[in-house]
Write a protein of this length. Structure first.
Length: 281
């Protein structure tokens, strides 16, 4: 099965392109600081130096800081926040959805009402409120995004568990005397994670967008250089140096697009029937 999965994943051209682009971004974010260990906040030259005209590849910003250094550090923290917040969301959503789907009854009713409560609250407003209450730091942003985005994961997991809990292999596990928690963790969850993996890839892209919006509004970690902060800081200078906002903005668009393309390829790879339908079409 793993060989077929890899073959289907590699055959999806969009996913291969997205994976290659994301691999380049991750590699640069990890290894560029070894080549240039200077802080992205350091003033290294005169302000507003244009790209490709001096020793700074992407020029300098309004304070004389290296734009490339800021872009690389922004990639590191934007991807890190996207991954961590997705893990928080998956931890909450998978737990709630699995417990609700397996035990049903009043447990299901209570957990689904709590899920609906989080869904009716405007997500961005709740994240902003949580960040303000907890303080503007990277971890408050991670927790805020994770707390807001888990309901969709919970609903998907609940639906998967409901369809699997009556299967023959689950009945066999019950007949062998396995406890409900053991059945849920060992038998059901491994077979219910495929759609969650696809959703997780999209959630990383959404988290990057949300974090960029918070940083643009000044609600991100003030000690961390991110793409959203770079756009917001350069906003008053759009007429004089529009590239200062355009460069991180393009990086956000390309990174989110690459992650979404990977998500599409995962959908095809994890669902062979979907792949065959696409080939017949």
């Amino acid at each position: 099965m793993s060989t077929g999965f890899i073959r289907r994943l590699a055959s999806h051209r969009g996913g291969a392109i997205g994976l290659a682009f994301l691999a380049v971004v991750v590699a640069v974010a990890l290894f560029y600081p070894l080549y240039n260990p200077r802080s992205p906040w350091s003033i290294v030259g005169r302000p507003f130096q244009p790209p490709f005209t001096g020793r700074f590849m992407l020029g300098t910003d309004m304070l004389g800081r290296d734009v490339l250094a800021g872009l690389v550090h922004g990639a590191r923290f934007s991807l890190l926040i996207g991954l961590l917040s997705t893990l928080v969301s998956l931890g909450i959503g998978v737990t709630v959805g699995a417990v609700a789907g397996y035990f049903r009854g009043w447990v299901d009713e209570v957990l689904m009402r709590i899920t609906e409560f989080f869904q009716i609250i405007p997500g961005l407003v709740l994240i902003m409120l949580l960040v303000v209450v907890m303080g503007t730091s990277m971890w408050s942003v991670v927790i805020g995004i994770g707390v807001v985005t888990w309901p969709n994961v919970a609903r998907i997991m609940r639906a998967e568990v409901l369809s699997l809990r009556t299967r023959a292999f689950v009945d066999a596990a019950r007949g062998l005397g396995q406890r409900p928690l053991a059945i849920l963790v060992r038998q059901i969850l491994p077979n219910a994670l495929s759609p969650v993996i696809v959703v997780a890839s999209v959630m990383v892209a959404s988290a990057i967008l949300i974090e960029s919006g918070l940083s643009f509004l000044g609600l991100g970690d003030p000690n961390v250089m991110t793409w959203g902060y770079m756009i917001g800081a350069a906003r008053p200078y759009l007429r004089e140096a529009w590239l200062l906002s355009a460069i991180p903005g393009v990086m956000i668009v390309l990174t989110v697009l690459a992650i979404n393309m990977i998500g599409d390829s995962l959908t095809t790879a994890l669902n062979p029937r979907h792949s065959r339908k696409g080939e017949r079409a």
